[in-house]
Design a protein around this ligand. Structure first.
Ligand code: ADP
Ligand code: MG
Ligand code: MG
Length: 247
């Protein structure tokens, strides 16, 4: 499970995370909702080990391993997956090669055989069919010229191939029309099981109609100020974040 205790972090000397306490048990899907600028993306970046964020206090562990001491590749090998709000474009890096390299690096760390190009393609094509993704997206540069919806589907494809123990999805719903949103949600729901956890970060309740979370946490101004069941998302939709602030 993912366990975060009193986590504080700064960007360029500015305190952004002001004491995050959160536990996501194995097999559960938790949502983090919060207004713009509350620190949602910062939390996902800090958990992924991105540079530029200074951890000033607290702890974060995954299955008992100290996440904050691990390199980003070690976090991935331990089963952590992050889908970012703004997926990066990598011109000149073929999407298929990129994903096969990532998958093989994780397979190596698990002591599994690496997949050759043909084995990988077979696997990827099956998953892409489920995600209604055209096959030519494998040949193109990573995310290059992909529409917003295609980038999000590509992230879900990566997740389906890597089979992480925990996925952190940062506003995977932003910019998606309803059909793409359902495809992304189906991709996440297909992963549900006793060995899969997820932290679904979103500004809007809409995504949580399709990915029904076990718990919902409200992040405001760098702190989790309220937690509850799925009904909390509906309450926020109806009453807005101001209703929480006043509480
Ligand atoms: P959210 O994802 O909830 O919208 P963010 O984590 O992106 O929030 O941002 C939290 C706060 O950190 C905001 O006030 C934002 O302006 C600030 N921030 C984010 N990135 C940087 C940066 N690189 N430099 C300075 N401030 C930043
Ligand atoms: Mg934002
Ligand atoms: Mg964000």
């Amino acid at each position: 499970m993912l366990k975060i205790e009193g986590l504080t972090a700064e960007i360029e000397g500015k305190a952004i995370l002001k004491g995050i306490d959160l536990e996501v048990p194995k097999g559960e899907i938790h949502a983090i909702m919060g207004p713009n600028g509350s620190g949602k993306s910062t939390l996902s970046y800090v958990l992924s080990g991105r540079e530029g964020y200074e951890i000033t206090g607290g702890a974060a562990s995954f299955n008992g391993q100290d996440l904050l001491e691990m390199e980003p590749e070690e976090r991935a090998a331990a089963g952590l997956f992050l889908a970012f709000q703004y997926p990066v474009e990598l011109p000149g890096v073929g999407n298929a090669n990129f994903m096969r390299t990532a998958l093989n690096s994780i397979r190596r760390s698990r002591g599994e055989d690496e997949l050759d190009a043909m084995q990988f393609l077979k696997l990827a094509r099956a998953r892409m069919k489920e995600l209604s993704m055209p096959e030519d997206m494998l040949k193109r540069g990573v995310n290059v010229g992909f529409s917003g919806g295609e980038k999000k589907r590509n992230e879900v494809l990566q997740m389906a191939l890597l089979k992480p123990a925990i996925a952190i999805l940062d506003e995977t719903d932003s910019g998606l029309d309803i059909d793409a949103l359902k495809i992304v949600a189906d991709g996440v729901n297909a992963m549900r099981g006793p060995d899969f956890s997820a932290l679904v970060i979103t500004h809007y309740q809409r995504l949580l109609d399709y990915i029904v979370p076990d718990r919902v946490h409200v992040l405001m101004n760098g702190r989790i100020v309220q937690s509850g069941g799925p009904e909390l998302a509906h309450q926020l939709e109806a009453q807005g974040y101001a209703s929480v602030e006043a509480a």
